[in-house]
Design a binder for this molecule. Structure first.
Ligand code: HEC
Length: 212
């Protein structure tokens, strides 16, 4: 299977459509599972068609037990998952969530370097790159743990997305406007978003099952 490829340019047309995606039309015609898998969705615009292909591809890669869980999610949850996906324009065919997270950490460190050296260009570019991080192969859900694929658990994803991606974009705008004080003040809220999401969806990295 193949995912659409995009560059990381904010002004690229692909990113433009992603931002303009009308979520209300998703509600009426996109239903993960039945609608997606039977491929009977009529896209009203090229953006929806492309996003639908991405989602179909992700679901097709999932094992049946995960597919079942995803199909059972509420429309609200599916909508917020699609809203998160629509904010990203880079999909990897092979990178795992851990690899993506390592890349995100590098971008975050580059934001810090930019802030600390009073370099608005590095700061803004790195923050935008962080906000538009790659989506791992199969999407986010396969890496969150099957026990977390419930409406209740996934409802909190949106907030984490806002604190990380939302604040990274604000930080980029502040740096571009030459306001490095505001940019610096957003580093903490981003870090809090990372930590909060890890608190819910991740344990301690690298634990060994060879220790008592
Ligand atoms: C949507 C929730 C979420 C957000 C937000 C998030 N992470 Fe993660 N992160 C995860 C999950 C889940 C894992 C574990 C993935 C796995 O082991 O497959 C992880 C793992 C990691 C790891 C460990 C990688 C490894 O080798 O085990 C690092 C480092 C990391 N994240 C950095 C960050 C940074 C930096 C941010 C914020 C800029 C961030 N993460 C934001 C969910 C999140």
């Amino acid at each position: 299977m193949s995912y659409p490829r995009h560059n990381n340019n904010e002004s690229s047309s692909s990113n433009h459509w992603l931002r303009k995606v009308r979520l209300t039309s998703f509600a009426t015609c996109l239903i993960i599972g039945s609608a997606f898998l039977s491929s009977n969705v009529t896209a009203a615009e090229p953006g929806m068609e492309e996003l639908k292909k991405v989602l179909e591809g992700q679901i097709a890669l999932m094992k049946p037990e995960l597919q079942e869980k995803v199909k059972g999610l509420s429309m609200d949850t599916k909508m917020s998952l699609m809203a998160i996906l629509a904010m990203h324009s880079r999909y990897s065919e092979r990178a795992t969530m851990r690899q993506v997270m390592t890349e995100v950490l590098s971008d975050f460190q580059s934001v810090l370097a930019g802030v600390m050296t009073d370099n608005p260009e590095q700061t803004a570019d790195s923050a935008r790159r962080l906000a538009n991080h790659r989506i791992p192969v199969g999407g986010l859900l396969p890496y969150l743990g099957i026990e977390n694929i419930t409406d209740e658990r996934l409802a909190i994803l949106n907030g984490f997305n806002d604190s990380v991606e939302g604040n990274a974009l604000k930080l980029a705008a502040a740096a571009e406007a030459g306001d490095m004080t505001t940019a610096a003040s957003l580093v903490g809220p981003i870090a809090s978003g990372c930590v909060a999401c890890h608190g819910v969806f991740r344990g301690q990295p690298g634990l060994s099952n060879l220790l008592r």
